[in-house]
Write a new protein. Sequence first.
Length: 179
Amino acid sequence: MIRQAKSPVTSLHSLGLQTGFSLLEVLVAMVVLSIGLLGLAALQAVSLNNNQIAYYRSIASQQAYDMADRMRANLAGISAGNYDNLTATLPADPGCIASGTSGCTVLANVAVTDHFQWLTNNAATLPAGSGLVRCVRGPAATCATNDANSNRIFDITVSWTEKTAAGNANQSFVTRFVP
């Protein structure tokens, strides 16, 4: 049996059916890949935003506990009522920390210095950062001065502005503190 060798030239008819099909497959693959990459970019943007939000909440928590530690270090100032209802308004710095000053011997000056430094730190570490301290209960459900520290309860609030997809949103972190 003799076989005839096939001609290396194929017919134009068979080539015509396959022309351009590989190019179409490549274009479809490029579109699918492009959509996938856009999705990854959007995922990265959302991830960065959520990371920033978590960072601000962590800083707010640290700032609230910073004020609680400052108050714990000045229990006599708490008993005197120097930490009751500290507002978000920055007080004048009494210069208590400057070297060689004797202003820190007055309990009220220590509380004002704590308040000043705390609000300054809030503003420096958080966007539109501020804070307030409010005595919510003392003995007999009041915040009268000269009472036992163990009977007083304070709410420490740290506030800031957070960027969201809908715009800016005011956020706050509140912790309850018993000296």
